[in-house]
Design a protein around this ligand. Structure first.
Ligand SMILES: [Zn+2]
Length: 462
């Protein structure tokens, strides 16, 4: 399996630290509002990565944080006259509503900044002791100049950054690039006690602390949205490697941007969409299908036209499986057509090769379309049940790997079948043979065959 590593700018063979196991850290949301569809793209993409690892037999430890204390949350809490924890609790709940709908599996652990405050304080203490951090009148800062590799992820030159940096009035920092590890509380702000006074952590330190706490000083994969490379991830590397003295992360993965009608999504341009707004109009599985129809690193353009096109594609795949379900009830032989089965197997191998090559879900989906094409043009009643099952099961399995459910009704339960048979018996008693036959046909479509015997009706699945 090969992964594009932002750090090296190349695709590399994936070698896990521990055999058959992957540690993944994904930067989670700051919970002060509903997530927008750009956020959702990243979460869908890394859920797809996780699912594929699991499909190929890896155990995945998936850690995603919630930033539950932050300037934006404090601002929102003050505006609404609520506490910071009320606001963050609420939007953690809303986050799960959206991501559950989009088929995003729950993380192994969801650490929250406010729950790891002791770890944050001891992490910063080490940085201060080692001379990487210093105290000022408003908090504790990381000294970027002390970390010689600063800029290695984003490929930025530290001198260029300094000359381009905005120097703020009354700034107490030694260098404009230095960033806050601990912010002393202003009146009315939430705070925690620390050796440097009452305050709260900076945003970057939270992720360094939470990732190493649950995954170790060095772990396999760190993921995030495209806007996090600089400064967030660059700062995480600086803090973590300064503290531990070892490599922080082996593979850095970043999702591409999501643009709206070829423009950057922004509230001021009026082209800003929350997931909630989109899910009022579209099936979440269509939204997920749309997002995974592009390579995860490419920018994607979002528009309602493109979403409608994705819906057509999604339905083409779904309809092919529905058609196969109908054929299954009509097929007279249980045998299979080897040539067709081989072609389906080849498409499945194509899907796997595409996914092995840096999770190319766009190419992988094209193989699912090919199987749907085979189902629509080459499979009929004469193809045999083995062929029909192979096509239907393969499409469903591969869509499942991508976390896309086709929402097709699962097999009927025994009691539902018994109920239908009873209704058919009643129809026969009333000599309504048309209704009785209709029930028999409907059951046949679901793969249930009825046999009238002197002892009564028997049924079997085919
Ligand atoms: Zn982060």
């Amino acid at each position: 399996m090969r992964i594009y590593n932002t750090m090296t700018g190349t695709k590399e063979e994936f070698v896990p630290l521990k055999k058959n196991s992957v540690g993944m850290y994904v930067c989670g949301p700051t919970v002060y509002n509903y997530i927008h569809i750009g956020n959702a793209r990243s979460f869908v993409v890394f859920d797809m990565v996780r699912r594929y690892f699991e499909y190929t037999g890896y155990f995945v430890k998936y850690v995603q944080n919630f930033t539950d204390v932050d300037d934006k949350i404090i601002k929102k809490a003050n505006e609404e006259g609520r506490s910071v924890s009320k606001v963050s609790e609420r939007f953690i709940g809303e986050y799960f509503k959206d991501t559950d709908a989009l088929g995003i599996q729950r993380a192994t652990i969801y650490p929250r900044a406010t729950q790891v405050m002791d770890d944050i304080i001891s992490f910063i203490s080490v940085l201060v002791r080692k001379g990487y951090a210093y105290e000022t009148q408003d908090g504790v800062y990381f000294s970027v100049e002390k970390f010689k590799d600063y800029g290695k992820l984003s490929k930025k030159n530290i001198d260029d950054l300094i000359s381009g940096a905005r120097v703020e009035v009354n700034d107490t920092k030694r260098n404009p690039l230095d960033f806050a590890l601990w912010k002393l509380a202003k009146p009315g702000e939430p705070y925690w006690d620390s050796p440097w006074g009452k305050g709260r952590p900076g945003w970057h330190i939270e992720c360094s602390v939470m990732s190493s706490k649950y995954l170790g000083d060095t772990f396999d994969i760190h993921c995030g949205g495209p806007d996090l490379v600089f400064p967030h991830h660059e700062n995480e590397i600086a803090q973590s490697e300064a503290k531990s003295g070892v490599k922080f992360v082996n593979y850095w993965m970043h999702a591409g941007y999501l643009n709206i009608n070829n423009q950057k999504m922004s509230k001021s341009l009026g082209n800003f969409f929350t997931v909630r707004e989109i899910l009022e109009k579209y099936d979440p599985m269509v939204v997920r299908f749309f997002m995974l129809s592009s390579h995860y690193r490419n920018p994607i353009n979002f528009s309602f036209d493109l979403l409608d096109q994705a819906k057509v594609g999604f339905e083409r795949i779904k309809n092919s499986v529905l058609k196969l379900g109908d054929l299954k009830g009509q097929a007279e032989s249980s045998s299979g057509d080897n040539e067709i089965i081989q072609d389906i197997t080849k498409e499945k191998q194509g899907f796997i090769s595409a996914m092995d090559d840096d999770f190319n879900s766009a190419a992988a989906i094209s193989h699912v379309f090919n199987i749907a094409g085979i189902a629509n043009t080459r499979i009929n009643v004469q193809s045999g049940r083995a062929t029909i099952n192979c096509a239907a099961d393969t499409i469903t399995e591969l869509m499942d790997v991508l976390g896309i459910s086709l929402n097709i009704k699962k097999e009927m339960l025994d009691e539902e079948i018994e109920k239908q048979i009873e209704e058919r018996q009643q129809a026969r008693e009333y000599k309504d043979y048309a209704a009785a036959d209709k029930i028999r046909e409907e059951l046949k479509k679901q793969g249930i065959i009825l046999e009238d015997t002197p002892q009564g009706v028997r049924w079997k699945r085919i």
